[in-house]
Design a protein around this ligand. Structure first.
Ligand code: SF4
Length: 384
């Protein structure tokens, strides 16, 4: 009951006014700053260690009319770039003191510059993640990049960030990520007791609320989930891949499962669940964060890691979870997702693992077509 109520409450918040929670936090913490984090991954610990609130600015869902941002971008870029800019242009980011973008793709790179030009009162940061993960110098490079960001946030927050501050923040976000991994493991083992929409909402609120609050919610939610005892339905088990940056509408996620799938794993909100294990707390904290990006993070469409084959990771995931198929759910015009699809498709076909490719946009309203495609796919597997 607790989880149902909680999910209903936060689904409404996510649908109607996700950014209101930022203004509420600022009211309770006068003088404190908020930093908006564009997907995919941000080292939020550095922001938190400065006494600021890191929040995910992850587009605007399907309730926002794009009236101004279209004129700043070509028609063939993904929705999240335009909706994020629109949020700024219509004043919805007025409680946000800074934004951070990353070198994930050309549209995100350009969005950082467009924000800098259009919002001179905001601190716009841009993290250049390494393009060569195999070089022995990469960890030094990324540590220096994090030092630069730290200096910038010290100026904004008007205080020094000590190593102890950073260690406390790393410990806190480790705890949050442990609980998120637990949530995901629970859904993988008992998908009939936790729907993907519920799993998504419980994760997404962690991108808006302070980590301390989210941890308390997750602990309570896990207690409630362990008491559930739903009957499994006759559905196929799938892995969902491709939605690591722009997020599909909740109605679409719901429709995928209702069409006959149990989603055992996905890459929604990937940057907030970015590590496979805890980041070490002892030692040089910025170096630990940099090293974690290089060596402890999940495979990702926006990480250029020549040391490994992404498609092999996907195949391993299918095998380890016991899934029988893969849904590729990619944002329209998302180049990194499209590049990955070429690799995934070849690997899945070679291994004889069925897959279905679907495209989405944030502003989608009609889900019948996607649902019918998934239903047909499921039937073809069930009655093969
Ligand atoms: S959805 Fe894809 S193309 Fe668009 S900003 Fe994100 S990674 Fe870049």
């Amino acid at each position: 009951m607790y989880v149902k109520k909680l999910v209903a409450q936060y689904t409404e918040m996510l649908d109607e006014s996700p950014l209101d929670s930022i203004a509420q936090w600022k009211e309770k913490h006068p003088g404190s700053k908020v930093i908006g984090c564009y997907p995919v991954y941000t080292p939020v610990e550095i922001i938190h260690a400065a006494g600021m609130l890191p929040v995910g600015i992850i587009g605007a869902g399907n309730r926002l009319e794009i009236a101004h941002a279209d004129s700043r971008f070509q028609s063939f870029v993904c929705s999240i770039v335009k909706s994020t800019l629109e949020l700024g242009l219509i004043g919805k980011l007025s409680s946000v003191d800074g934004m951070v973008f990353h070198s994930i793709c050309d549209p995100a790179r350009n969005l950082g510059s467009v924000f800098k030009r259009n919002f001179p009162g905001m601190l716009i940061e841009y993290i250049h993640f390494p393009q060569n993960m195999a070089s022995p110098h990469t960890v030094n490079y990324l540590t220096a990049e994090y030092e630069r960001i730290k200096g910038s946030y010290e100026d904004l927050a008007n205080r020094k960030i000590t190593d102890e501050d950073l260690r406390r923040s790393i410990g806190l976000y480790n705890e949050q990520r442990v609980l998120l991994r637990e949530l995901y493991r629970f859904r993988q083992e008992q998908p009939h007791n936790l729907s993907t929409v519920e799993c998504y909402v419980l994760t997404r609120i962690g991108t808006l609320l302070p980590a301390e609050e989210h941890i308390a919610i997750l602990k309570e939610a896990m207690k409630g989930l362990r008491e559930r005892n739903e009957k499994p339905k006759d559905r196929i088990k799938v892995i969902l891949e491709g939605s690591f940056c722009e997020q599909p509408p909740l109605e679409l996620i719901d429709g995928l499962e209702a069409a006959g799938c149990y989603i055992l794993d996905d890459d929604f909100l990937q940057g907030w669940r970015f590590f496979t294990t805890d980041i070490p707390v002892e030692g040089n904290p910025l170096r630990n964060l940099a090293n974690a990006y290089l060596n402890l993070s999940v495979y990702a469409g926006v990480k250029h890691d020549t040391r490994e084959h992404k498609s092999q990771h996907l195949l391993d995931k299918v095998k380890e979870t016991g899934a029988s198929a893969v849904l590729i759910l990619a944002a329209k015009f998302c180049e990194p997702a499209l590049f990955d699809y070429a690799l995934y498709r070849r690997a899945l076909e070679k291994e004889g693992i069925p897959h279905l490719y679907l495209e989405f946009e944030e502003k989608m309203w009609i889900f019948d077509k996607a649902r019918t495609e998934v239903e047909t796919f499921v039937e073809s597997m069930l009655f093969d």
